[in-house]
Ligand binder design. Structure first.
Ligand code: G3H
Ligand code: 13P
Ligand code: ZN
Length: 384
């Protein structure tokens, strides 16, 4: 196995999924967004139960919420240490801009995304290539994005999907040297992916043709396709939130069989954020309802959280209702604090969802198949 606290590039992790796929077991690695310690613990526990390698990713919003990438990095390493996590994990910046991608490269992440998808095609490639040069020098992997997902991406809202042109995907890889590429094929971020789970927008042939082009150019051992906006938005969790006093309407995710179809077509990394947000919110609402008046025992921590949940019935982003308390409580093990009980429920909820997802993504049991190459070694490989 590996040194306990080492973070890995996504390349060897995603390659394990590619190799599995080539031997008749289609697989993609789960990439789960993190905002606080117990969420990281839940993700790690789910991966451990499935014996799966994994990617923990923090968006620019998550880095801001925690007070910077170095805080996120130490929080994730602490969670790995506290849980004796010994399976390969990458810590990845999700939807970075140029500044954040460079900062995260310097502050201990093992992988970064540069989302230059709002730029013109050649400008997108150019900026992606710049970040590749910067991050590869330290051995980090780089993900780019091509095409635009409908919905909200960080602060930018797109009304409709601008699909990636699959015939240009090998060119994008070749010119930018990115290791992974998010291709827009009709998925979208958030809990409202369309009346029938966005099925009418899904164009899995974009993935299929992109991957076929990559195989034709021999790129598929070192370059990988990414599916953003892939949450399944389980109806039972949405119903639970609403039964516990929330009001989340029109929620629909991508059906699992469509995700699996995309994996067969060539997706190797699957991004999940919304499903975890929903599970966390359902857990908080239920816990407050099962413990009436508990907020009076800790007016500085529980009362402000409950107030936001009571006022903002459509809240599903835990940062909306957790930002009202001291961030230190969310960065550390909550043992001994008023959040201990609810956070242990949150952790279990995330663990069981992550375990179930990675089983369906085909990457359970792949932890031992990852070649554990250090970032220093990766830097040498890129330089050669
Ligand atoms: O890109 C979308 C991810 O769900 C991250 O969301 O930027 O609100 O943290 P966020
Ligand atoms: P969801 O909103 O579907 O979970 O997508 C998350 C994502 O793509 C993060 O980059
Ligand atoms: Zn995304």
């Amino acid at each position: 196995m590996q040194d306990q606290l080492q973070l890995y590039s996504m390349v060897p992790i995603l390659r394990a999924a590619e190799q599995s796929s080539q031997t008749g077991k289609p697989a993609a690695i789960g990439a789960f967004n993190v905002n606080f310690y117990s969420q990281a613990m839940g993700i790690l526990e789910g991966l451990r139960r499935a014996d799966a390698p994994g990617i923990i990713q923090a968006s620019r919003g998550a880095n801001k919420f925690q007070g910077g990438p170095e805080k996120v990095q130490s929080m994730v390493l602490q969670a790995m240490k506290d849980s004796d996590h010994s399976l390969p994990v990458a810590l990845h910046l999700d939807h970075g801009d140029e500044e954040q991608a460079k900062i995260c490269t310097d502050k201990g992440f093992s992988s970064v995304m540069i989302d230059a998808s709002t730029l013109e095609f050649e400008d997108n490639i150019q900026l992606t290539q710049n970040i590749v040069k910067y991050a590869h020098a330290k051995g980090l992997s780089v993900e780019g994005e091509y095409g635009k997902l409908a919905g909200v991406e960080e602060d930018v809202i797109h009304d409709t999907t601008t699909y990636a042109d699959p015939y240009l995907v090998p060119y994008f890889f070749n010119e930018s040297n990115a290791d992974a590429l998010a291709v827009a094929y009709g998925t979208s971020h958030g809990p409202n992916k369309g009346s029938s789970g966005g099925l009418e927008k899904l164009a899995i042939h974009v993935v299929d043709l992109s991957y076929k082009g990559m195989v034709a150019y021999g790129q598929n051992q070192d370059h990988f396709l990414v599916s953003h906006g892939s949450s399944t938005v389980p109806k039972d969790i949405v119903d639970e939130i609403n039964a516990q006093g929330g009001n989340v309407q029109g929620a629909a995710g991508i059906p699992m069989h469509k995700i699996q179809e995309a994996v067969v077509a060539g997706i190797r990394k699957i991004n999940i954020d919304t499903d975890l947000r929903l599970g966390i919110t359902a857990t908080f609402r239920k816990w407050f309802n099962n413990n009436p008046g508990i907020e009076t025992t800790s007016t500085d921590v529980l009362a402000p959280i409950k107030k936001v949940l009571d006022e903002k019935l459509d809240a599903i982003d835990p940062r909306d209702y957790l930002k009202v308390i001291d961030i230190e409580l969310l960065r550390n093990d909550p043992a001994g604090s008023v959040l201990e009980e609810v956070m242990s429920l949150v952790q279990e909820r995330i663990a069981s969802h992550v375990e179930s997802l990675v089983n369906k993504f085909g990457c359970a049991g792949l932890a031992g198949k990852v070649e554990c190459i250090s970032l220093n070694e990766m830097a040498k490989i890129y330089a050669s």
